[in-house]
Design a protein around this ligand. Structure first.
Ligand code: DLL
Length: 432
C-alpha cells in the first residue's frame, strides 16, 4: 500500500491545488512587490500590479527571473526578508560562470525538509530506516537537503558525504544502510566497487534516491542490479530548493512536483510563451511559500514535459518527465546543435558492447571544430574493436547529423565522479 508523508497535501484534488496556489501566489507577489526592488521595478515597467493577479493564468503577466539576475543581484538583493531572518545559505557555481547564492529562513528549511521527506516515504522509508547520505555536504544542496529530510522522518542518518568509497561501502555493510542518497554517477561507481569488494550479499539496501544530474533508464537498471535496490529519481536546483522540488513515487512515471510550494509552467525557450498542457519545453518555477529568496517564474533551462493525469500511486501533484537536457547543455559543433543526451542514447542502445561512461571532447583546430567521444568498452565486450568503433560512428552520425571520432577505451579508464559526472570538455572556450 502507498504511504504518504503528508497525505492531505499530496492527494489534494486539482481544484484544491489550484485554489491553494492562487492564494499563495497573490501573497507572494505582494511580498516581492513590497520587498524586492528588482521585482517592483520590473512589474512597474510591464504595467503590472499585484492586484492584477486574479486567477492562476495571470501568472503569465509576471516577469521572468533568470540565473543572470541571481548573479546581478548577488548576494542579498533578492531577499524578501531581513538578513537576520536568514538561517542558511546554499550556493552553486554551476558549470557556466559566477557563483549564485540562495538564502533560507527557518520556515523555508522546514518546507524543504518536507519535500525530501515526501520522497523518502514514497521510496518506502520510515523512522526505522537507516539513511546514508553520500551527496556532498556543504554549499551544494544535496547533502544537507537529504539529511534534513531524513531527520524529519526520524530515520537514522549516516552523513558520510561523498568520497572515500570503500569506507562508504563498509558502513553500508556494518550499519545496515537501507536507503542510499547520492548522484546516479556515484551510485554507479559504488556499484562497481561493491563488486570488486565482493560484498553485495552483505548489503541491506532497499532503495536509493538519486538525482542532481540527468540519468537514463539503462543506468537505473545497472544501478539496481549492482546494489540490489530500487532506484528513485529526485530533482531540485539551488535557486528554487535543493533535492525534493520533485520526487518519484513507486509508480516511477515522472517526478511529482510539490505543487503546494511551487507553480510549474512550460514555456517556449525561444519566445517565452506559455505552452499548452503536455507540451515539451523549458520548465519554469514560481516559489509560492518561500520567504527568504522567493523567485517568480524562474527559468530553469531544463527541458521537459508535465503530466497532469492522477498517478496510480494516488498522488495528484503534477509529474515532470525526466529532464531531457538543458538549453545551456547544447553544444554547437560545426554549426550543428548537439545534446549530450543524444549521444548517451546511442551508447545505451549498444550497452552490451560499451558502458555509459563517456566523455565528449570538443576543440577547435585551424578554425574547424573537432569532435571526439571517449567511450569505455563494457567488461563483457569480446568483439572486434575496429568494427565496433565504425558501427558507433555510423549510428552517431545518423543520430546527430554530424560526424564524431569515437575512441574506445578499456573499462574504468574514464575518471569516476563522486558528485555530478563531467561529460563535456569544451576546450574551445579556453581559446576564445
Ligand atoms: O543538483 C540539487 C539536487 C541535489 C537535486 C541532489 C537532486 C539531488 P544544482 O547543483 O543547482 O542543484 O543543479 C540543478 O541539476 O537544473 C538540472 O539541470 C540538474 N538536475 C537536478 N536533478 C536532476 C534530475 C542540484 N533528477 C540542476 N535529473 C537542474 C536530471 C537534474 N537533471
Amino acid at each position: 500500500m502507498e504511504r504518504y508523508f503528508q497525505q492531505e497535501i499530496e492527494t489534494m484534488s486539482r481544484d484544491e491545488i489550484r485554489a491553494n496556489q492562487l492564494e499563495k501566489l497573490k501573497w507572494q507577489v505582494e511580498r516581492v512587490y513590497e520587498n524586492v526592488p528588482m521585482y517592483r521595478e520590473r512589474m512597474q515597467d510591464m504595467g503590472v500590479h499585484p492586484d492584477d493577479i486574479k486567477e492562476l493564468s495571470d501568472i503569465s503577466k509576471l516577469p521572468f527571473t533568470t540565473k543572470q539576475d541571481l548573479r546581478d543581484y548577488y548576494p542579498f538583493q533578492l531577499l524578501a526578508v531581513h538578513k537576520k531572518d536568514i538561517v542558511r545559505i546554499q550556493a552553486s557555481s554551476g558549470t557556466t560562470g559566477k557563483q549564485i547564492v540562495a538564502g533560507y529562513t527557518r520556515n523555508d528549511l522546514d518546507q524543504w525538509s518536507n519535500g525530501f521527506a515526501r520522497q523518502l516515504i514514497a521510496a518506502g522509508a520510515s523512522n526505522k530506516s537507516i539513511v546514508q547520505v553520500s551527496y556532498g555536504y556543504g554549499l551544494f544542496t544535496g547533502g544537507l537537503g537529504a539529511h534534513q529530510g531524513a531527520e524529519k522522518i526520524g530515520a537514522m542518518v549516516i552523513p558520510t558525504s561523498s568520497g572515500n568509497t570503500e569506507r562508504q561501502i563498509r558502513f553500508m555493510c556494518d550499519l545496515g544502510t537501507t536507503h542510499l542518497c547520492c548522484t546516479p554517477s556515484y551510485a554507479m561507481y559504488l556499484g562497481e566497487t561493491v563488486k570488486e569488494m565482493g560484498v553485495k550479499n552483505q548489503l541491506k539496501l532497499q532503495a536509493g534516491i538519486f538525482g542532481a544530474e540527468p540519468w537514463t533508464e539503462e543506468m537505473r537498471r545497472q544501478i539496481q542490479d549492482a546494489l540490489g535496490l530500487k532506484a528513485y529519481d529526485v530533482y531540485g536546483l539551488t535557486e528554487i530548493m535543493g533535492p525534493g522540488v520533485s520526487y518519484e513515487c513507486a509508480a516511477q512515471s515522472g517526478m511529482h512536483i510539490c505543487e503546494d510550494m511551487f507553480i510549474a509552467e512550460i514555456i517556449d525557450p525561444e519566445t517565452g510563451e506559455v505552452l499548452p498542457e503536455g507540451s515539451f519545453g523549458e520548465l519554469v518555477f514560481s516559489t509560492i511559500t518561500k520567504e527568504g529568496q522567493p523567485l517568480l517564474r524562474y527559468r530553469t533551462r531544463d527541458l521537459c514535459r508535465l503530466d497532469y493525469e492522477t498517478c496510480s500511486c494516488g498522488r495528484t501533484h503534477v509529474r515532470m518527465r525526466k529532464p531531457a537536457g538543458r538549453t545551456d547543455d547544447m553544444l554547437i559543433i560545426r554549426g550543428v546543435n548537439v545534446f549530450p543526451s543524444q549521444i548517451e542514447e546511442v551508447l545505451l542502445r549498444n550497452s552490451i558492447e560499451v558502458s555509459p561512461n563517456y566523455q565528449i571532447v570538443v576543440d577547435r583546430v585551424n578554425n574547424t571544430d573537432t569532435f571526439d567521444i571517449n567511450v569505455e568498452l563494457s567488461p563483457r565486450f569480446r568483439g572486434d574493436v575496429d568494427s565496433e568503433k565504425r558501427k558507433l560512428e555510423t549510428q552517431l552520425r545518423a543520430q546527430l547529423g554530424i560526424g564524431a571520432k569515437v575512441h574506445l577505451l578499456r573499462p574504468k579508464s574514464i575518471e569516476r565522479s563522486e558528485g555530478k559526472a563531467k561529460r563535456v570538455i569544451d576546450n574551445r572556450r579556453l581559446h576564445d
